[in-house]
Write a protein that binds this ligand. Structure first.
Ligand code: IDP
Ligand code: MG
Length: 166
C-alpha cells in the first residue's frame, strides 16, 4: 500500500499575491512529496463539482466566482502531495477554513482574508479526508498526470481527438 495522497490547490488570490513558492516551501519542510502539478483555469463545471457539497450555502455563488478567478488571476496551481497521514498534516499546515480563526502562523492565518462580500479568501485548498482526497484527485487529474497512485486504473479505447505537438 502506497502513501496517503491529498489534493492541494493554490487558489487565485494566492496566485495573484505570488504565494506559490511560500506555500510549497511549507509542504516541502514537512517532508511532503509532490506526485502531480499543473497550472490550469478552473472551469465552471470543475468548480461546481468540486464544491458540490456546498451548493445550498448562501456564499456558494461567490465561492464559485472566487475559485474560477473572477476576482484575481484565472490560473490556479493544482498539486497532489503524498506522505503518511498527508491529509491531516497538510490541513494542519494550512489552518482553519475561516482565516480569522486560523492559527496566525498557518498559511490561512497569515495570508487569508474575509472579503466585503463575505467569502473566505483563504489562499489554499486541501482535501479534508482520505475519502475526499480520492474524489478530488480523480476529479482534477487524469491517472497519467500522477507519477504514482494507489487508486486502480483501467485502459479504455476511445475515439477522442487529442492534441499533439507538430
Ligand atoms: P475547507 O476549504 O477548509 O475544506 P469548506 O467548508 O470545504 O472548507 O469550504 C470550501 C471553501 O468555501 C473554503 O475554503 C472557503 O473559501 C469557502 N467558505 C467555507 N465556509 C465559508 C463561510 O462560512 N463563508 C464564506 N466562505 C466560506
Ligand atoms: Mg473542504
Amino acid at each position: 500500500m502506497g502513501k496517503e495522497q491529498s489534493l492541494v490547490v493554490v487558489k487565485p488570490d494566492a496566485m495573484q499575491k505570488g504565494l506559490m513558492g511560500t506555500i510549497m516551501d511549507k509542504f516541502a519542510e514537512a517532508g511532503l512529496e509532490i506526485v502531480a502539478a499543473k497550472v490550469i483555469e478552473v472551469t465552471q463545471e470543475l468548480a461546481q463539482e468540486h464544491y458540490q457539497h456546498l451548493k445550498e450555502e448562501k456564499f456558494f455563488d461567490e465561492l464559485i466566482k472566487y475559485i474560477t478567478g473572477s476576482y484575481h488571476t484565472k490560473n490556479v496551481l493544482a498539486l497532489v502531495y503524498q506522505k503518511d497521514n498527508a491529509c491531516n498534516k497538510i490541513r494542519d499546515i494550512i489552518g482553519a477554513t475561516n482565516p480569522e480563526e486560523a492559527k496566525p502562523t498557518s498559511l490561512r492565518g497569515k495570508y487569508g482574508r474575509i472579503t466585503t462580500k463575505g467569502v473566505f479568501e483563504n489562499v489554499v485548498h486541501a482535501s479534508e479526508s482520505v475519502e475526499e482526497a480520492e474524489r478530488e484527485i480523480k476529479l482534477w487529474f487524469r491517472p497519467n498526470e500522477l507519477t504514482e497512485t494507489n487508486f486502480p486504473t483501467q485502459v479504455e479505447k476511445t475515439e477522442r481527438q487529442e492534441v499533439f505537438w507538430k
